[in-house]
Design a protein around this ligand. Structure first.
Ligand code: C5P
Length: 309
């Protein structure tokens, strides 16, 4: 393929929260099968790619100092992955502007990989089909396909097999961020430790949660938020329990640890309730930062007006 475009391309990509995360038994490969309901929220990163003499990645914004700038960076890996598929020798400079918390359980790294895929795809006009991009996303990581897809979707396997969920209306969220990260393997290991030797059933989506989403019923949704990793995350970082209780006492309808944490997600009745809760949490010293967001939103897509929120 001849590479001609020299104009930089920017893609916007949302964070995810797991409305439900059910973890199966530990498999022989060291991973757990899972059943989850992903929900994309408008807490977004932007990834810009531009032609350059050599490959590079730079990160700005929240938590930028902790993001690697070498080949382990997921956005760079995604860009180089699609370059290999295209079969070009061209190099790119990849710039990531972060709002999604780093190591926060909101799939920020996977989001950047998805954004890099669509930005490079657009820059080089590769002509890959959506299905081919989805396959590439799955090869890059289990959470990357959902970051590409967005909306609300059931994920199975390790989260890479997606089925869209019928959902009505939109939901207002508040996220309590903690700058101190939680290690994903440590949280899974703690989950195994807490479960002990009890047999673990194969994980399945909860029908009541699906009904709540179909009806756009925020109270029913709040009552059906569930995360099998929550006890493990709270066991490793007890102040997450205090954070959840504070939010519930300040008007949140529901509270859940996002993914493997340490971000705590609060579901609110409406935007004003979310703003009130944000003020209440910010006034406390229980977490390091508080943001509001709305979901569901679209997955990674090219943008022409770059206005980070
Ligand atoms: O997906 P990622 O490579 O970030 O996972 C890091 C670690 O978290 C894995 O090596 C494994 O220990 C644990 N994990 C798991 N089951 C999953 C996902 C992650 O046990 N489905």
């Amino acid at each position: 393929m001849e590479v001609t475009s020299a104009t930089p391309v920017t893609a916007r990509v949302p964070a995810k929260v797991n409305l439900e995360l059910r973890i199966g038994p530990l498999e022989d490969d060291g991973y757990h099968s899972l059943s989850t309901v992903f929900h994309a929220v408008d807490l977004v990163d932007h990834v810009t790619v531009r032609p350059a003499d050599k490959w590079s990645v730079t990160t700005t914004g929240m938590g930028a100092g902790t993001v690697p700038d070498d080949e382990t960076n997921l956005a760079l890996r995604a860009a180089q992955f699609i370059a290999r598929r295209v079969g070009t020798d061209e190099a790119l400079a990849v710039e990531v502007a972060k709002n999604i918390p780093v190591a926060g359980g909101m799939a920020g790294g996977s989001a950047d990989a998805a954004a890099a895929l669509v930005a490079v795809d657009a820059l080089w006009e590769t002509g890959f089909s959506p299905l081919e991009l989805q396959d590439m996303a799955a090869e890059l990581g289990s959470d990357v396909p959902f970051a590409l897809e967005g909306g609300t979707a059931i994920g199975s396997g390790r989260g890479e097999h997606l089925v869209p969920v019928l959902s009505r209306g939109s939901f207002e969220w508040v996220f309590a961020l903690h700058h101190e990260g939680l290690s994903t393997p440590a949280v899974y290991a703690e989950c195994d430790r807490l479960r002990g030797t009890d047999p673990v059933p194969e994980p399945e989506p909860n029908a009541a949660l699906m009904a709540a989403l179909r009806a756009g019923d925020v109270d029913a949704l709040a009552g059906n938020l569930h995360n099998d990793l929550q006890d493990a995350a709270c066991s490793l970082m007890p102040r997450l329990t205090d954070t959840m209780n504070l939010g519930l006492n300040n008007g949140a309808l529901g509270a859940i640890v996002s993914g493997s944490g340490p971000t705590v997600a609060f579901l609110c009745a409406d935007h004003n309730a979310a703003l009130d809760l944000m003020v209440g949490l910010t006034a406390s010293t229980i977490c390091d930062e508080v943001v509001t967001a709305t979901g569901p939103v679209h997955g990674a897509h090219v943008v022409h007006d770059v206005r980070p929120r």
